[in-house]
Design a protein around this ligand. Structure first.
Ligand code: AR6
Length: 180
């Protein structure tokens, strides 16, 4: 729906099923067990096949705000970066910072593994009930802030699952007026 070049990278907002994307890494909105669940997590595990959960067992879970990388198996994506977003609790439990940390840590893993393209779902905005407009601002601004430290990444996709979610992300990306 919108594409903008910022900091040497193309940032794009689309409506799609993230499991269909042929990028270096798709990000999974997982839970701390990393052993699967509903929403995008369930869809990614179904599409990747049972080898993904087998690798995830070796990762020994993941804390809220952190991220861990695994292979993509049957997915078109080469890697899956699992991150654990916060459950929304009215904003009283540091949810904004924890959500930003999910995007930051995922970008750090992209840099560490020299990945060139990554796609994010709208982390925490489904089953974890984080307000979608607030989450879209955190997603876009945190990724833009992370770009200078991750020069390998030339393409970032914000993969929304509804037109409403894409409209929120598009609005934030279009309004961004910081350094390009
Ligand atoms: N492609 C892209 N986005 C999707 C897809 C898909 N195939 N499916 C759902 N979404 P959610 P959370 C969107 O609930 O809120 C799981 O049980 C969805 O519309 O998947 O972080 C985990 O194991 C929403 O915008 O993740 C955790 O327990 C966004 O992805 C818990 O849910 C995130 O929704 C995590 O909850």
């Amino acid at each position: 729906m919108l594409s903008r070049r910022i900091g040497g990278a193309e940032l794009e907002v689309i409506v799609a099923d993230i499991t269909t994307l042929g990028v270096d890494a798709i990000v999974n909105a997982a839970n701390s067990s990393l052993l699967g669940g509903g929403g995008v997590d369930g869809a990614i595990h179904r599409a990747a096949g049972p080898d993904l959960v087998a690798e995830c067992r070796m990762l020994h879970g993941c804390k809220t705000g952190d991220a861990k990388i695994a292979k993509g198996y049957r997915l078109k994506a080469v890697h899956v970066i699992h991150t654990v977003g916060p459950v929304w609790n009215g904003g009283t439990l540091n949810e904004d910072d924890l959500l930003a940390s999910c995007y930051r840590r995922s970008m750090e893993l992209c840099g560490k593994h020299e990945l060139t393209s990554v796609a994010f779902p709208a982390i925490s905005t489904g089953i974890f009930r984080f307000p979608a407009d607030r989450a879209a601002k955190i997603a876009i601004h945190t990724v833009i802030d992370a770009l200078p430290a991750v020069p390998s990444v030339g393409h970032v996709v914000f993969c929304c699952f509804s037109e409403a979610s894409a409209a929120l992300h598009t609005d934030v990306l279009a309004r961004y007026s910081g350094p390009c």
